[in-house]
Design a binder for this molecule. Sequence first.
Ligand code: DGI
Ligand code: FE
Ligand code: FE
Ligand code: FE
Length: 189
Amino acid sequence: MNRSREQIMEKVKEQMPEKRWLHTLGVMETSVRLAERYCADPVKADLAAILHDYCKYWPIQEQANIIKENGLPQDLLDYDKELWHSHAGAFIAQKEFDIHDEEILDAIRYHTSGRESMTLLDKVVCLADYMEPGRDFPGVHNIREIAEHSLEKALIAGFDSTIGFLLSKGKRIYPLTVLTRNDLLMQVS
Ligand code: DGI
Ligand code: FE
Ligand code: FE
Ligand code: FE
């Protein structure tokens, strides 16, 4: 069934606590602003942002089942559960909301891990997720400043922060995140 933007927003809001919905609104606003600044498609950025955390609060077993039963990357299951909602979300966006635009689906799918050769839309949504106005972590001000002049450098600062956080907790890092950071460093060198 094809739903309007407003109907999709209503459904998204129902999937999450108030705080996460406010985060989603922040990512929408920031994605559109970054899209305009860096000449990405603001309509696609808006829709990807609306849906990016759709499955974040779904039971973790349900997220795992979506990955297991639909041929999504099985290696995700060996890494942090936080990586699962983005792939599950892209799958559900296609199935439940009839979204078939691969650019939008990819931006949802890779918003947590990143990937090599991120598209402009991938970068916009991933960075907006890091720096929306509600975010408050050490280094977020720096990321917002860098984002004024470089998407890639701001993303590197974001991934540095995530990787540093994972290291400090003694956690494993999803290899694609390391490849993403290396690739972004190549892009700015
Ligand atoms: O869903 P959000 O909280 O808005 O943000 P997100 O989808 O970017 O998830 C970020 C979380 O994922 C962050 O707390 C760190 C965690 N995470 C765990 N393992 C990895 C990871 N993030 C990345 N990029 N790579 C990992 O290997
Ligand atoms: Fe997320
Ligand atoms: Fe993120
Ligand atoms: Fe998010």
